[in-house]
Design a protein. Structure first.
Length: 423
């Protein structure tokens, strides 16, 4: 058994590796977007002088500004007056100002995009589903001449269904502001799983959505698919795009891990701060965790600046540092968490001085006989898994199963002392 965990971890051999995933990025994204928009045949539509809203959410989507600005410039060329609608449910502290701040952290500003950002929590009720679920939408968007829904299609961190994170969810929970987010989450996971389609259909039938622009990313988080979709085709096409997105999902290189160290969590990486599909933990009552991976201890070092203090998802960790704890804005985190109803995700785990201290405690609890048997992985965040640090035991298990390149070998003590970066 390891007798001196604090010293032993300094001696652990670790390797900086680059995982090799299939490269599927679009070579000329702007050209591809314009080509897709052309398929919608705007020659029959008079956009001159029309006020058109574009939904932009709180996710760290690769090429987000390029995508948004390309659509904006396309609309301007057609004579329209586009503007941006922050569409993120209860994020940003469920305030108009907070949601504008979130967009700013993603590089989406009035200056960078050349259009107004009109943020409000006011909503209009569009109707109710056959199951009695009220459907709300943003008042500014409702009073415009039309809304374009832009969002990434991706596996959700709370549930598995035909419609997860995508255009339908953005059209309802995102565009419906705090009122719609609160309504949907009041049903728990069942609300998300069972009501997104029905509520989205009411939004689509209202006529306020002009079309959707769907984004799919590859394992490197690069844009691999962009698809302009007529409103009446979103319901049928979105599940097909979700299948593509699921096939592209990057994963940790091994299924059984003793310690996972995450440099940063945050809303820009995942709606839950850290992607539940990556870490294998959901932490929702009556919802089973993914079968893989199995991780004994998760240590989180920091909270991203883009989260503005919202540390929702911190409850998925076992240990966090004092650095992270002191960055938490409990008002913002609590508002977002209460809306979701998944309270355990905001529970504060054990707070320790730093990563070294958390590693020391983890090793004591693991009771490994030999340090060489330790399966340790350190990642920048759960969105970017291209580069990571792994222990020798992990590397041995990867051989013959995963494609990777060793970039550097060092001891963990050297790593901790020098704060080696991850891309």
């Amino acid at each position: 058994m390891i007798e001196s965990p604090y010293q032993e971890i300094n001696d652990l051999k670790i390797y900086k590796i680059k995982n090799i995933f299939p490269e599927k990025s679009i070579p000329n994204l702007k050209e591809e977007i314009l080509s897709e928009l052309a398929t919608l045949n705007f020659s029959d539509v008079n956009l001159s002088g029309k006020r058109i809203g574009l939904t932009v959410g709180s996710r760290g989507i690769h090429n987000l500004k390029l995508i948004v600005v390309t659509v904006i410039n396309f609309l301007k060329e057609k004579g329209a007056n586009p503007f941006i609608i922050p569409s993120m449910g209860s994020h940003g502290g469920a305030t108009a100002e907070g949601q504008t701040e979130v967009l700013e952290s993603l590089g989406i500003t009035e200056v960078s995009c050349g259009v107004p950002i009109l943020s409000s929590m006011e909503v209009v009720k569009l109707g109710e589903t056959k199951n009695g679920v009220p459907v709300y939408t943003d008042k500014i968007g409702y009073e415009s001449d039309g809304v374009i829904v832009i969002n990434r299609i991706k596996k959700h961190t709370d549930f598995t269904a035909i419609y997860e994170s995508g255009l339908s969810k953005m059209s309802t929970i995102g565009l419906g502001n705090h009122a719609m987010a609160r309504t949907m989450h009041s049903f728990g996971v069942e609300g998300l799983r069972n009501h997104i389609r029905d509520t989205a259909e009411i939004v689509f039938d209202s006529g306020i959505i002009l079309f959707g622009l769907a984004i799919v990313e590859d394992a490197y988080d690069h844009t691999s698919v962009v698809k302009a979709i007529h409103t009446h085709e979103i319901i049928s096409m979105e599940p097909k795009l979700l299948e593509i997105a699921n096939d592209n999902l990057p994963k940790l290189p091994v299924d059984e891990i003793d310690i996972l160290v995450i440099n940063e969590i945050g809303k820009n990486f995942s709606g839950t701060g850290m992607d539940t599909n990556v870490i294998g933990r959901i932490n929702i009552k009556n919802q089973p965790d993914p079968v893989r991976p199995e991780i004994e201890f998760i240590i989180v070092d920091d909270l991203s600046e883009s989260s503005h203090g919202n540390a929702l998802g911190v409850g998925l960790a076992d240990f966090v540092t004092e650095k992270l704890f002191h960055k938490i804005n409990f008002k913002k985190m609590n508002e977002n968490t209460i809306t979701t109803t998944f309270l355990k995700r905001a529970y504060i785990p054990m707070v320790l001085k730093d990563v070294r201290e958390a590693l020391k405690i983890s090793l004591q609890l693991l009771k490994k006989k030999e340090l060489a048997d330790l399966k340790l992985i350190q990642i920048a965040n759960t969105l970017n898994l291209e580069e990571m640090y792994v222990s020798e035991k992990v590397l041995l298990e990867m051989q013959g199963k995963k494609q990777y390149e060793i970039l550097e070998q060092l001891t963990y003590g050297e790593f901790l002392d020098n704060s080696y970066p991850l891309d």
